[in-house]
Design a protein around this ligand. Structure first.
Ligand SMILES: [Mg+2]
Length: 158
């Protein structure tokens, strides 16, 4: 029997390789929330404000009561949560969703003005396979900005 983590890793690998080929900036981020249990395993984000939460289960397993409750909260806010216990189905359905959203340019069937922002490519080096390490270290950045102008500590390791 496949472990949940194996399904989660396979889906991430296949989706990210596919997104690279399609030149779609897709993020497949692990949600590590310390003080609020029951959150889905992953949050996926791609351009045009598209967000999808995904909970993975081992084959045949269903979400716990707490997870089902959190899914309700997330859906109440208007976000989508999906539960998958099969990697192939997950990859296929998520790809379909991304392709459809890119074509339609809509969210929940409602047109919105596309944000006029310069495209930003995610860093290609130094990232782990889920790109979690490619998220900039804002704390460090802020600290270096606040440092006095004559400071020579910038770039030092701490
Ligand atoms: Mg899970």
């Amino acid at each position: 029997m496949k472990l949940e983590s194996q399904i989660e890793a396979r889906v991430g690998g296949e989706l990210l390789r596919w997104a690279d080929r399609q030149k779609i900036d897709l993020y497949y981020l692990k949600l590590n929330i310390n003080n609020f249990k029951g959150w889905p395993d992953r949050i996926l984000m791609w351009p045009d404000r598209e967000v999808l939460f995904v909970e993975f289960k081992r084959p045949g397993e269903v979400p716990s009561k707490l997870q089902a409750h959190v899914h309700k909260l997330i859906r109440h806010l208007g976000f989508e949560v999906r539960v998958y216990d099969d990697a192939e189905i997950a990859v296929r359905e998520i790809q379909d969703t991304i392709i459809t959203s890119a074509r339609a340019g809509t969210r929940n069937g409602v047109d919105y003005p596309r944000p006029r922002v310069a495209p930003v490519s995610p860093p290609r080096s130094g990232q782990d396979k889920y790109r979690v390490k490619s998220v900039p270290d804002f704390k460090k950045e802020r600290a270096s900005r606040q440092a006095p102008s004559d400071s020579t500590t910038e770039g030092d390791n701490d």
